[in-house]
Design a protein around this ligand. Structure first.
Ligand code: HEM
Length: 526
């Protein structure tokens, strides 16, 4: 009897769901403001298409999108609400500054990931501008010069640790070491009591693993229906609160806010140990928008944004330099004058290092290979319609582009998958073209806040690791697949079973013998 009485209800509910789905599909195909744009039926009608490639197949939607472009042309509808453009020359028209037009972020990209409310600092152009303004001077080149010593101290700590590893026979995971460096640097500009990840025996290996695995769940959270998200979000919140490193960072930020608040604002501006929190907390507009809770989460976001990219880029550069002795030697020779005579033990300044063309070339080549995000970056123009070729794109539409394909253009970067720093030592006209196709930090009003800090860390780290007196390294049981990103998630990652760049450190005298003995080192792939 019970079954019979439920039947009409079940029938009515399923009819209702089917009618809703039919209506939704019809709307997306025929009535949506972007209905006329080309793309596969599934991509135009459901987000599950992206979900399949990004979650089930783990970060592979960027490859599918490329296939779509081969079939449908340079503009493709990749989800019901998003267009993707494949035309490097359009990059500067999409990623623009405040002076050109407003650019909102696209909330779908991080919804459910725990940073929804402060996606890319803020979804809204106007709020983003207010919150970013007090931080800009701190992260500018001149602002960073005042805190360069904090970067130098941390890089020195790393190089001393590596020196102490010489001839011990213990491999060091440089991905983990660089991630620890980047976190300590970020903490040193946020906290007067900064973190000391570089002292951890294993460079916090398990912590980085947790974060990497966390990245793979983002597509699931983004796609989950709201009921499922309502269940998982508190669980994730609970987990992150239990994650010690996460909590320690948040506690440090909270303490720093209290310290900064009780300090007279006049002294805050001139202190030598000034932190980013001083800039934020003293700003009344930013304070009224974010408040203490928002500042803590923002500092967490900035730390996460900085750590992964710096570590991955440095690891790629070092990996290829260790694989190509000629390039490694070229770098060492280029660095020699910086460390000659009295300067042997000193750290050169950023300006001195920027004048070493081969060092700059190595960094750019690493950024091109490692930081050309495989995932797309979206922008939403809230007020103005945009044009692309003959197309008119309605205001409010999410439009994305993928840096990876711009960095991999063989017309601009011949043999684009290879690490070739010398390609950057070319004639000015060619260099200008390459720079137009070089977008590791994105552009416009939402360009990377930490770009100059990232360069500062990379210059100092590479100069120290390849200075003449530094013990030398050899790659240990590491292949290209251990370091090279192939998964286009929120950040790009190598395969999930990649082990990172492991190195052995040797004093110069024992290096030659060690190289002969290093049977376990696999040859580079052709
Ligand atoms: C090699 C290193 C780095 C690379 C390749 C990189 C890349 C990027 C890119 C491409 C974006 C823009 C995303 C978009 O267009 O939506 C971005 C944003 C951002 N990055 Fe970086 N980044 C690096 C290092 C850092 C560091 C060291 C920090 C700070 C400690 C940092 C903080 C940020 C922040 C806060 C944003 C959001 C900016 C905004 O929305 O206004 N990044 N980064």
């Amino acid at each position: 009897m019970g079954t019979i009485s439920i039947m009409p209800w079940a029938f009515a509910i399923s009819q209702g769901i089917l009618t809703y789905l039919f209506g939704l599909i019809m709307y997306r195909v025929l009535l949506s403001p972007i209905a006329a744009f080309p793309g596969p039926f599934l991509a135009r009608t459901t987000y599950l298409y992206e979900f399949y490639y990004n979650w089930i197949k783990c970060g592979q939607y960027y490859l599918k999108i490329e296939e779509m472009h081969q079939r449908y042309g340079p503009i493709v509808r990749v989800t019901p609400t998003e267009l993707h453009i494949r035309d490097p020359l359009y990059y500067n028209q999409l990623f623009v500054t405040h002076a050109v037009r407003k650019s909102n972020a696209y909330s779908r990209f991080t919804q459910g990931a725990g940073f929804d409310d402060i996606t890319a600092i803020s979804i809204s152009h106007d709020i983003h501008r207010i919150v970013r303004a007090p931080m800009n001077p701190f992260f500018s080149r001149s602002g960073l010069r005042r805190v360069e010593y904090r970067v130098v101290e941390r890089v020195r700590k790393l190089s001393l640790r590596l020196e102490s590893e010489a001839n011990t026979g213990n491999p060091v995971n440089l991905n983990d070491a660089f991630a620890s460096l980047a976190t300590d640097v970020a903490s040193a500009i946020f906290h007067e009591e900064p973190s000391n990840f570089l002292e951890d025996e294993k460079y916090n290996a398990s912590w980085w693993e947790i974060l990497r695995m966390g990245l793979t769940t983002v597509p699931l959270l983004v796609e989950l229906p709201w009921i499922a998200r309502a269940i998982t979000t508190p669980v994730i919140k609970l987990l992150t609160e239990r994650l010690t490193n996460w909590r320690i960072w948040d506690d440090k930020s909270r303490r720093q806010i209290q310290i900064t608040r009780t300090r007279p604002s006049a002294t805050a501006k001139t202190r030598s140990d000034r932190t980013v929190m001083d800039s934020l907390v003293q700003d009344t507009q930013a304070t009224s928008i974010l408040g203490e809770k928002g500042f803590v989460r923002l500092s967490q976001l900035i730390q996460q944004a900085g750590t992964h990219n710096v570590s991955q880029t440095l690891a790629i550069i070092v990996y290829f330099l260790l694989r190509h002795e000629d390039q490694q030697e070229a770098l060492r020779r280029a660095l020699e004058p910086l460390f000659a005579g009295d300067a042997a033990q000193a750290a050169p300044s950023l300006q001195q290092m920027e004048r070493v063309p081969y060092l700059t070339a190595c960094i750019k080549e690493g950024l091109r290979l490692a930081a050309g995000s495989l995932n797309r970056f979206p922008r939403v123009s809230p007020d103005a319609e945009l044009s692309f070729k003959d197309w008119k794109i309605p205001k409010g539409t999410a439009i994305s582009m993928t840096p990876y394909w711009i960095h991999m253009d063989p017309e601009v970067f011949p043999d684009p998958g290879s690490f070739n720093p010398s390609r950057w030592l070319c004639k000015p006209a060619k260099l200008a073209t390459m720079h137009r196709h070089f977008v590791p930090f994105s552009k416009g009003s939402r360009t990377c806040l930490g770009k100059d800090l990232a360069y500062m860390q990379m210059y100092h780290a590479l100069a120290q690791l390849f200075r003449p007196e530094m013990p030398q390294m050899t790659a240990y049981d590491t292949e290209e697949r251990d370091v090279k990103p192939v998964l286009g998630l929120m950040f790009s990652l190598p395969e999930l079973d990649a082990r990172g760049l492991r190195v052995m450190v040797y004093n110069k005298t024992s290096l030659h013998t060690a190289k002969l003995r290093m049977k376990e080192v696999r040859p580079p792939k052709a």
